[in-house]
Design a protein around this ligand. Sequence first.
Ligand SMILES: Nc1ncnc2c1ncn2[C@@H]1O[C@H](COP(=O)(O)OP(=O)(O)OP(=O)(O)O)[C@@H](O)[C@H]1O
Ligand SMILES: [Mg+2]
Length: 477
Amino acid sequence: MTALGKLVRSTAFRLTLVYLVIFALYAAALLVYFALNTGRLITEQITETVDDEIAELTEQYTIGSWRQLTTIIENRSLRPGSSLYLFTAPSGQAIAGNVGSLAPGVIDKDGWSETVYRRLDEQETAQHSALVRVTRLSGGFRLLVGRDLEERARMREIIVAAARGSVALVIVMGLAGGFFVARRVLKRFDAVTETTQRIMAGDLSGRLPVTGIGDELDRLAMNLNDMLERIEALMRGLKEVSDNIAHDLKTPLTRLRNRCEAALRSAKSESEYRDALQDMIEESDGLIRTFDALLMIARAESGQARENMTEFDGSEIVHGVAELYEPLAEEKGLTLKVGDSVPAVIKGNRELLSQALANLVDNAIKYARLAPSGEVAAPNGGAAAQKPPSEIVLAAGQERDRVLLSVADRGPGIPEADRARAIERFVRLDHGALEPGSGLGLSLAAAVARLHGGELRLEDNSPGLKVVIALPRVAAA
Ligand SMILES: Nc1ncnc2c1ncn2[C@@H]1O[C@H](COP(=O)(O)OP(=O)(O)OP(=O)(O)O)[C@@H](O)[C@H]1O
Ligand SMILES: [Mg+2]
């Protein structure tokens, strides 16, 4: 398509054309109205003055004689101007006036008529039009008074010329405006098309240009940019996950394979085979758990779980999870209790939130045990050693517009610098490696918090770690 063709086909140009037609029609209607009214006004003025003059002349005739009227008309006929006079005898012969000839029959008809005429002092061929009134006077005399219509005709000409000029101007300016607007809009769309093509070619970092005017195109571009931002983040996440999976699942799979090989090579008795198989089942269970965790994170991050959200009291799941984990904590020599917990209404996916909280309790049980045996030094030194790190406290609280579901332990904690990293997928800190796990527990808790419009906070419990799931509070009905 040629540049001009593209321009002419643009929406902006078409809209301009529509406006152009509307404006041209409007201007034309205005001029027609103006012309009609001016014509009417001029005619009205003529009839009024002619009526007055006839009344005056008739009066002169009545009080004087036809001779006196003749003198008056002769005088008036000599004055320059557009007035016409004709005074005729009963025989039809002209006595006085400045009319040389009239259309036939006009002088015999009483009242108003529009006629062509020639002045007495003009050549035979001259011809003008006039509005005249004829009155019959007593004694058979006739009097014609009229006005030339040249003024009205000239007015019409002026208006027609103005109409032509203004319509032409509207069209020229409209077309020029249309081209200008269309070109500007097209330029911006071309920039958008160019960026989109670059993005389609695989460069996800491209962003649509925003002029900063704040018009609808800008708003559209900003929204699309936000969308691109999100897509890019998702793609990056996807790539990261697949890289992680490839890397982190390779180790347990290799281990599984090596155990099979070792069993085949060295196992002698049935019980040795049994032990080897038992090991493999455990290894496989670990793999399945990792896959389950990954799938759950994916579910939370896709936003699909948003459909299953209900309103409930956050302290309910705190109690539920505490009950579930109490025996396990006790078995490991820890106490698990629910601290202050106030009713706190949230809207969310009960299953995912319970799982997230369970992951935090699982961590607390796993890692809090490490400190007393001295396997891992607490980051804040002596404090942890003095205080027995045996207590895990769950709580449901509120903070302005947030509901806080928290798990606090007295274990080694996580140094400030490592906290952001600990949340990442498959990341296990130094002491984490001493316990079984795949480094996905906190990632899931964070993904669930994000799904609910909240966030996961890792705080210092001095000593120990306090993990908080902060969620938007729902006003209690
Ligand atoms: N309560 C805690 N105290 C001290 N360190 C913790 C605590 N919770 C988590 N961490 C550290 O953060 C790391 C990441 O925790 P995360 O729950 O994500 O993974 P994991 O517990 O190692 O494995 P998974 O939860 O998948 O079984 C852990 O490996 C551990 O080093
Ligand atoms: Mg964990």
